[in-house]
Design a binder for this molecule. Structure first.
Ligand SMILES: NC(=O)c1ccc[n+]([C@@H]2O[C@H](COP(=O)([O-])OP(=O)(O)OC[C@H]3O[C@@H](n4cnc5c(N)ncnc54)[C@H](O)[C@@H]3O)[C@@H](O)[C@H]2O)c1
Length: 316
């Protein structure tokens, strides 16, 4: 299908977990996509995209002005996904976290002309510890705790200060991607439920919010199609019906895998202290509807984990 106005889209970090679903989605719709990625995980997740003549790939670093300048110059829309993602990874290399998550976004904003569009995801972990039973809206002050949260919230400030930008404050993403991430909460718990049949949960009552990766890809497409009405604002993006605690999430997984056992013990702490309920009303008011609930995503993950197994040092 060729869209009425095919866009020239530059995605940094487009070979990552989200990018590996978003990139083929945009290509299939007829958009011209250039991905800039340093292939940090040696991932081969975009091989299936190479069939498209309107797909370009650049191996490089999003922090390198010489690389970025010509790429930004020919884009109508820039989607900065390149980042060190998650608090543990940022804490391992705090300098790279700052330069990749924040300085590289500053660079894009400096290089981009006023008329060029930027649509960027940040994390709703920026809400930190929420107030009991009170929904976080986009007007709730962001109080990120980890370096990851701080760099993402600052990057959003930079992006929203310019014209023609949209930010999505994503809930924890779940679902299968050609560059799989099993460190994400739902993906992790379902993997354990499929292969270990058990999980020990810490901070089990902490409430989190979830969104499926295919809905995230649909959301970017929606932003392209409704840009004029959406620009200039941040949008929370998560499943309205899935403001669930970790233990409640385990119960949903158990509905699909009845032999799954989950126990609670104080074996860890979330570096982001994520415990909040989120309102997604602003996004819903634009007309966007999620299509992937938790049950549908868990069924997908169970199939995916029949294929994927972390068993390099095992005979079976
Ligand atoms: N997955 C989630 O739950 C979630 C939630 C909220 C926001 N986000 C945001 O979405 C974006 C993508 O996240 P993801 O889950 O796909 O993570 P990911 O780690 O799979 O993707 C990051 C990509 O960036 C690339 N990259 C890293 N450093 C780079 C550099 N210096 N130059 C070029 N490429 C580089 C990596 O190779 C990878 O392909 C991030 O900005 C993240 O903060 C993700």
């Amino acid at each position: 299908m060729i869209p009425i106005h095919p866009m020239r889209v530059l995605i940094t970090g487009g070979a990552g977990y989200i990018g590996s679903v978003l990139t083929p989605t945009l290509l299939a719709l007829g958009h011209e996509v250039t991905v800039l990625d340093n292939f940090l995980f040696r991932q081969s997740s975009l091989l299936d995209c190479c069939q498209y003549p309107h797909f370009q790939i650049v191996r490089g670093d999003c922090r390198d002005e010489a690389v970025m300048k010509p790429l930004v110059a020919k884009a109508d829309l820039i989607v900065p996904l390149a980042a060190l993602v998650g608090a543990p990874m940022c804490n391992q290399d705090t300098v790279a976290a700052q330069t990749t998550n924040l300085d590289a976004v500053n660079l894009i904003c400096r290089l981009a002309g006023k008329g060029q569009w930027i649509v960027m995801p940040i994390t709703n972990s920026g809400y930190g510890i929420g107030e009991k039973d009170k929904h976080c809206t986009e007007d709730t002050p962001m109080r990120p705790i980890s370096l990851y949260g701080v760099t993402k919230v600052k990057a959003e400030d930079v992006v929203l200060q310019r014209e023609n930008s949209v930010s999505f404050r994503l809930a924890t993403v779940f679902g299968m991607s050609p560059r799989m991430r099993m460190d994400l909460l739902v993906n992790d718990f379902v993997y354990r439920a499929v292969h270990d049949r058990a999980v020990v949960v810490f901070e089990g009552h902490f409430k989190r919010n979830y969104v499926h990766i295919r809905d995230v890809a649909r959301l970017f497409v929606y932003a392209i199609d409704h840009f004029e009405k959406m620009k200039g604002k941040p949008y929370n993006a998560g499943l309205e019906e899935a403001n669930l605690s970790k233990t409640e999430l385990c119960a949903v997984i158990k509905n699909h895998l009845p032999s799954f056992v989950y126990l609670e013990a104080p074996i860890g702490e979330d570096p982001d202290k994520r415990d909040y309920i989120v309102s997604n009303a602003r996004l819903a008011s634009t007309g966007f509807r999620m299509e992937w609930g938790l049950d549908r995503g868990i069924q997908e993950l169970i199939k995916g984990y029949t294929i994927l197994r972390n068993c390099v040092y095992s005979n079976v």
